[in-house]
Design a protein around this ligand. Structure first.
Ligand code: 6PG
Length: 253
């Protein structure tokens, strides 16, 4: 797999690298005046966002950042499961991203209608590339079943839908989700998986080493069309990867 793999001792180091990447992205894009970043939910961003908002906030010209979501649970913004609610509390209330630059998936709305509305919002506020919306950066997590965004095992067809957003359901809870489709994810300029914890080490090794079995993991379908893919891992998540030295040894993503 053609990916940049960086292994960090601490979540703080991982967050610092991410802040540096966002800063670099803005530096490249400042002629356009803004960058578009789609963020995921889950436990890992919960760890990274506070560090980004705290220690590294000054590194990023947040006024130039447009925040979108990779996926959202179909719950209200104030509910504990809301990816927006988590990002608001841990990041957006603590950095000066202009309100009009925060593009929330409305989890409280009727899912199909919201998928349609949000697709239109994305197309209105992002550039197009290859006939699809183009995100400068997409931050992805990895579930223990190999899902990413809200594309769960058995739903690999969501990498080829002809749509921008769609409605998915969590396989265990049945909870409805709005999610970016896989083709929009793969159309991004920089796709960064941020993954921590030993429980993901085996899946990561299978995906990165492109084991035959890895195609049962939706995350293995994340292959940027023109952009760059990176895995930002803590030592536990990266523990089964061979020949990868510390986070200092990498190309710039
Ligand atoms: C969500 C996320 C989901 C997440 C993975 C990994 O809405 O839950 O978008 O795709 O990234 O489940 O979550 P953790 O970071 O908690 O392992």
């Amino acid at each position: 797999m053609d990916a940049n793999i960086r292994i960090f001792k601490t979540a703080d180091d991982l967050a610092g690298a991410l802040a540096g990447d966002i800063k670099e992205l803005i530096g490249i894009n400042d002629r356009k005046g803004s960058v578009t970043i789609a963020v995921s939910g889950g436990r890992t961003p919960e760890m990274i966002f506070p560090v980004l908002a705290g220690k590294y906030s000054g590194q990023v010209n947040w006024q130039l950042v447009n925040i979108f979501w990779v996926d959202e649970r179909c719950v209200g913004p104030d509910e504990s499961e809301s990816n927006y609610g988590m990002a608001k509390k841990l990041l957006l209330d603590r950095v000066p991203v202009p309100a009009q630059n925060i593009h929330r998936m409305r989890g409280e709305e009727e899912p199909e209608k919201e998928a349609e509305r949000y697709s239109a919002e994305i197309m209105a506020f992002t550039r197009a590339r290859n006939g699809l919306p183009f995100f400068d950066m997409v931050l992805l997590g990895l579930g223990e079943d190999g899902h990413t965004a809200s594309i769960f095992p058995g739903n690999e067809h969501l990498f080829d839908t002809g749509s921008v957003c769609t409605v998915a359901s969590h396989p265990l809870s049945g909870q409805k989700r709005i999610t970016l489709t896989g083709e929009v994810i793969n159309n991004a300029g920089r796709i960064i998986f941020i993954v921590t914890g030993k429980s993901k080490a085996e899946i990561i090794a299978e995906i990165i080493n492109e084991h035959q079995e890895s195609n049962k993991f939706p995350a293995s379908y994340v292959k940027p069309v023109e952009g760059k893919l990176a895995w930002y891992l803590d030592e536990a998540a990266g523990s089964l990867l061979k020949n990868i030295s510390g986070h200092g040894d990498h190309d710039s993503i």
